[in-house]
Design a binder for this molecule. Sequence first.
Ligand SMILES: [Zn+2]
Length: 543
Amino acid sequence: MSENYQVLARKYRPHLFEEMVGQSHTIKTLVNALNSNNLHHGFIFTGTRGVGKTTIARIFAKSVNCEKGVSAKPCGKCETCIEIDKGQSVDLIELDAASHTGVDHMREILENAQYMPTKDRFKVYLIDEVHMLSKSSFNALLKTLEEPPSHIKFLLATTDPQKLPITVLSRCLQFNLNKLTHDEILAQLKFIMNSEKLKFEESALSKIAAFGNGSMRDALSLLDQSISFGNGSVTDKDIKAMLGLVHHDDIVKLTSLIIERKADEVISFVNELAHRGENLSNTLKDLTSLIHQISIAQMLPQNKQSSVKVTALAEKICLQDLQLFYQIAINGLKDLGFAPSEQIGLEMTLLRMIAFHSEFNLEKKTLKIDVNPKDNKKTISAAKSINLEPAKKEKRHPKKDNAVCNSDNKHKLNVNSLSGQIDWERVIQVLPFNGASKTLVKNTLFVSRKDGELTLTLDKQYSNLLTSRTQKSIEKILFEHFDIMTLLIEIDQIEDQTLSQKETIKMRQIKDETEQQFLNDEGVKVLQEAFNVKADVKSIKPL
Ligand SMILES: [Zn+2]
């Protein structure tokens, strides 16, 4: 690396619209306006940090003031262009409202807008974080915007447009800049590394791009750091060490232990990670991303980007559990700061995933059903015996098995096992009903099954779900699995008996318990007393 190393973000700051990464929508509009010389006097650029708001504004300033004339392609060579690039132009007035709030000279500067530019065509005001202007400054700005002199261009940038008065918004053209995508950032990082002739591993750049989280500026400053950390090269290993990332294989292993509900192994593995000095909060964060990847692999099987490991995990877990795990993980991350230690916080979160695994409830129910050994014999001889064990054996796609949560060898469904409400609930959970049909069956009660005719009662509240389409789809599934030829659904009022109602009651109980636990928590009590506030128990959601 050379001695006079320049920060990458500055060195590779685009000087022309065509060099900009992303924001094609905004740029196209600006380029068209510049080329046709049809220019508004006020522009607002909104978007989060590091997405190019000030960069666009500076290129715009060159475009209108370039000595070669107004165009979307400023020459970059004339005195004005060079001055703007260096940040030395007298007619480009850059203000940062975040650092000038309430300062009087901000108002003065804005009041001076009526005076002609010193040497250029236009006086360009670039006001960053404009929503933070003081009230008097806003008034000065508004006054100029109401009757703009022809030599003025206002370029306003903000991360929080909601805080801008409508009077300002309505007088400007608004452009919403998007967060940059992972690919856009990655491509730029690669371009820079190649231009700098530095060595890199693509996976390392990909991690940096992900860490940038939509902000090119953040990604570039991280790239700067990692280049100096790796003494001129960027490797996966260095990035991992620098950011405290946990190895992907470890996360995969942890996830698979959770899916298999091996609580003791989960705890000892977390112990091992802690001993190795891994960053445990990143472990939880990475676990959350992995759950997301598994969900994508399940919902979009045609998506070829899922790795073999992710696809394998996707076959072992159902969609509901994934959703639950995700929610628990996110809450765990939020609570990590309150845990006595990161390790305890992580362990509790993982144990919660195991505890709230849907098999937990299912198991209790099914144990009541197939304990009769006589039935088992019949099952074997019965021609229509079905084994509903998912994916692994039948090689069906995991997506089709979404409804089948946790059947394993001991939970077999047989043709005789539908003779009462408990059996019916089991059937609802095991068979692949979905959408409206699923809601419908969950709100029915078993009435009778006789001579190939199954009779159910549907809760009146859900009668609108009963259409010929849902009836047919339920029949199709039931007829396939049982020797039933007619399905009769009667409508009546039902209270606290259907699977759906029982689930609601159960959820309410869990919620009450969670609230009670929360309120009895010493920490919460102390907080309530210290700040003289009451906890909003309604905001607590059961997991
Ligand atoms: Zn020029």
